[in-house]
Design a protein around this ligand. Structure first.
Ligand code: PGA
Length: 260
């Protein structure tokens, strides 16, 4: 079967890791390691403090910058928050929204995530929207119900045209940071379900354009099986994105699979 036209995307979510100098060392290493890659979109998402210097260090490379969160106002009295405009000026093209750690530790819910998604799109940032079920929900047979609710909630009120600008990351919570990745079959099954929901909401031609990532214990050794799935267009990588060599290997694995 021919591969879909969607360009694969590999994004590294550093979470609360790396100082400014560590981020710069990483970026220098990664840019060299992936210099020849031109068929995979590459994104690194450092913590806020390292964004600007990382963006300077990434100039002229094939690597884009993303943030891990933001607030939805442009500016104002919101102590401790960061606006979409600030991210854009710091050099970001992407922003991760609704990560399960934001949902679990900081009480983020779909209504708030939806406001953030709209603000990101208004500013020209591409949101990487994370959705995924917990282990108990999977075991209770509620995966699809949870996915449907999170997807509908975070995309509420978007025009079809805007749909094609978002990236959805399916990250089963039980697979994040546990070393226990979903099987390619499980990830494909949910990704296909997500694409079907997107087709119902925005129409099949828009749904075909939306990139769906898998996230949860992705490593160099398991990347190939995920990218071979018809509805999986890349990965959101946590732990294995912290070492430039491992992250580069994940990217090169994708490059190799799609070049065949
Ligand atoms: P992990 O994290 O790759 O360490 O499982 C993925 C994520 O949280 O995005």
């Amino acid at each position: 079967m021919p591969r879909p036209l969607r360009q694969p995307l590999i994004a590294g979510n550093w979470k609360m890791n790396k100082t400014v100098s560590q981020a710069q060392a990483f970026v220098n290493h990664l840019r060299e390691a992936v210099a020849g890659v031109n068929n995979v979109e590459i994104v690194v998402c450092p913590p806020f403090t390292a964004l600007f210097s990382a963006s300077q260090a990434l100039k002229g490379s094939n690597i884009f910058l993303g943030a891990q969160n933001m607030y939805y106002y442009e500016k104002g009295a919101f102590t401790g928050e960061i606006s979409p405009l600030m991210l854009q000026e710091a050099g970001c093209r992407y922003v991760i929204l609704g990560h399960s750690e934001r949902r679990a530790y900081f009480g983020e819910e779909d209504t708030l995530i939806n406001l953030k998604v709209k603000a990101a799109l208004r500013t020209g940032l591409t949101p990487i929207i994370c959705i995924g079920e917990q282990l108990a929900e999977r075991e209770a047979g509620k995966t699809k119900e949870v996915i449907q609710k999170q997807l509908a909630g975070s995309l509420a009120g978007l025009d079809s045209e805007l749909y094609s600008k978002v990236v959805i990351a399916y990250e089963p919570v039980w697979a994040i940071g546990t070393g226990q990745n979903a099987t390619a079959f499980e990830a494909q099954e949910v990704s296909n379900f997500i694409r079907g929901l997107l087709a119902n909401n925005a129409g099949p031609s828009w749904a075909e354009k939306i990139r769906l990532l898998y996230g949860g214990s992705v490593k160099p050794a398991n990347m190939a099986v995920f990218i071979k799935q018809p509805d999986i267009d890349g990965a959101l990588v946590g732990g294995a994105s912290l070492e430039a060599a491992d992250f580069a290997l994940i990217i090169k694995t994708v490059q190799e699979v799609i070049s065949k």
